[in-house]
Design a protein around this ligand. Structure first.
Ligand code: ATP
Ligand code: MG
Length: 414
């Protein structure tokens, strides 16, 4: 079995001071080549801990990539620990001394004495050119045939070396099967329901993963096999999954719901206006993330206060008094009002209780009404959304966008 391990070295990494972007870069680079990182280990700049982690990695992985600790300072221990663990001599490499001296010469400064330390390299390493920094990377092969790459920790140096040399090498080293992936984006159906609908669908060597976000879930379909066969299998899998999930699928890849909504509105030649209470402008803000939204988006009224709902949107005062501001009739009147005032084709509204306070027995926190008024009708929709304030707001925005997607796409709205 083939296994790739990424070992990131740095006290700042395990301490949570800086995010481990080197790992992300390497893992995504592998994924983009149809390969998967099997183990990810992070250790502080500590000899014993690194030695133990390296020992473990060498015992299980066929390819190991390390990040960090190649510099000249005493906390840079990678070269020494690799030498110790593999029982190899540290040798002073004249070619590395030369590289470092040349680099200093180009900056017009004299090389400091500690470049000698940086030129001490475990016996039998190949150098990987570092175009953007001083420490070259190292490649070595163990007696058991495992390959170890040691790269510097500075992100732009590591990224350049990985992209140009290390990732292509690993890719050609590991011949044969590849992982191919597709992503389906869904909205309005919980993860558990999706998983039931797709039960038993994954083919041998295939997998289905669910990645929940606020109000929407990504369904990641993947297969592992010969590159040329993967596409056909994924085509079939994607078609079947789409069929089973139904119209909750709004897009694929990294398509955003607001983009899909914009596309659907333009297809109809419809313009939209928005009336917001609990979302406080977040719905409009999401719509205008899409470049060119002015082709279908007319504007937003944030009517947080009841008086504003009446005076600006024309919601009858009596309705607010009789049903409450958080109610179906008020949501519908808000949508109707904003549609009239902007002379839009579609008006959509949000009104609800974001919390943490303001809930009651019959109107708990997370209760949200949406109104939508379009050439085909006008309705209100009631949803009980979960989460704390910011989550209720985010889910409300997604739900409102989905309503628009549904009316513009001629889908059922409930
Ligand atoms: P240098 O020659 O600069 O000392 P190095 O190979 O010794 O390079 P480190 O000292 O471990 O690398 O890290 C250099 C800098 O790179 C750190 O200060 C940190 O900001 C950044 N860095 C290190 N590891 C990571 C990582 N895994 N992800 C993101 N940034 C990192
Ligand atoms: Mg360093």
């Amino acid at each position: 079995v083939i296994g790739i391990e990424i070992l990131t070295i740095g006290t700042e990494i395990v301490g949570g001071t800086i995010p481990d972007t080197n790992f992300l870069f390497l893992a995504r680079g592998l994924a983009a080549r149809g390969l998967r990182c099997r183990w990810h280990t992070a250790v502080p700049d500590d000899r014993e801990t690194l030695a133990a982690a390296l020992q473990t990695a060498l015992g299980r992985a066929t390819v190991i990539v390390t990040s960090g600790g190649l510099g000249p300072t005493p906390d840079d221990i990678t070269r020494k620990v690799v030498a110790t663990v593999l029982k190899r001599q540290l040798v002073l490499r004249e070619d590395v001394v030369q590289l470092l001296q040349d680099r200093f010469a180009r900056t017009g400064r004299a090389a400091p004495p500690n470049i000698q330390a940086q030129a001490l390299v475990p016996f039998g390493c190949d150098l990987i050119e570092n175009e953007l920094g001083s420490a070259p990377g190292l490649r070595l092969q163990t007696e058991e045939g495992r390959i170890l790459y040691a790269l510097p920790g500075v992100p732009h140096e590591l990224e350049r070396m990985a992209e140009r040399i290390v990732l292509p090498e690993i890719s050609s080293l590991i011949a044969g099967t590849r992982i191919a992936e597709r992503n389906l984006r869904t909205v309005g159906v919980p993860e558990s329901v999706l998983s039931e609908r797709l039960a038993g669908l994954a083919p041998p060597g295939g997998a289905i993963a669910f990645l929940p976000h606020l109000g929407h879930v990504d369904v990641r379909l993947s297969v592992e096999g010969q590159t040329h066969a993967n596409d056909a299998i994924l085509d079939r899998l994607t078609a079947e999954a789409t069929e089973r999930i139904g119209d909750a699928v709004y897009g694929k890849g990294s398509e955003e719901l607001e983009e899909v909504v914009g596309g659907a509105l333009m297809e109809r030649g419809w313009h939209i206006a928005v009336a917001e209470s609990l979302t406080g402008g977040a719905l409009g803000a999401r719509i205008v993330r899409v470049p060119g939204a002015s082709r279908y988006y007319l504007g937003d009224v944030v009517a947080y206060d009841n008086g504003a709902k009446t005076s600006i949107l024309g919601v009858p005062e009596a309705w607010i008094r009789d049903h409450g501001a958080v109610s179906g009739p008020v949501a519908e009147a808000m949508a109707h009002g904003v549609r009239e005032r902007f002379a839009a084709d579609v008006g959509v509204s949000t009104t609800g209780i974001a919390g943490p306070d303001g809930g009651s027995e019959d109107k708990p926190v997370g209760l949200v009404y949406f109104g939508i008024c379009w050439p085909g009708g006008r309705i209100s929709v009631r949803r009980q959304l979960l989460g704390e304030r910011s989550q209720v707001i985010a889910r409300s925005v997604t739900t409102a966008l989905d309503l628009v997607r549904r009316v513009a796409g001629g889908l059922t709205v409930t």
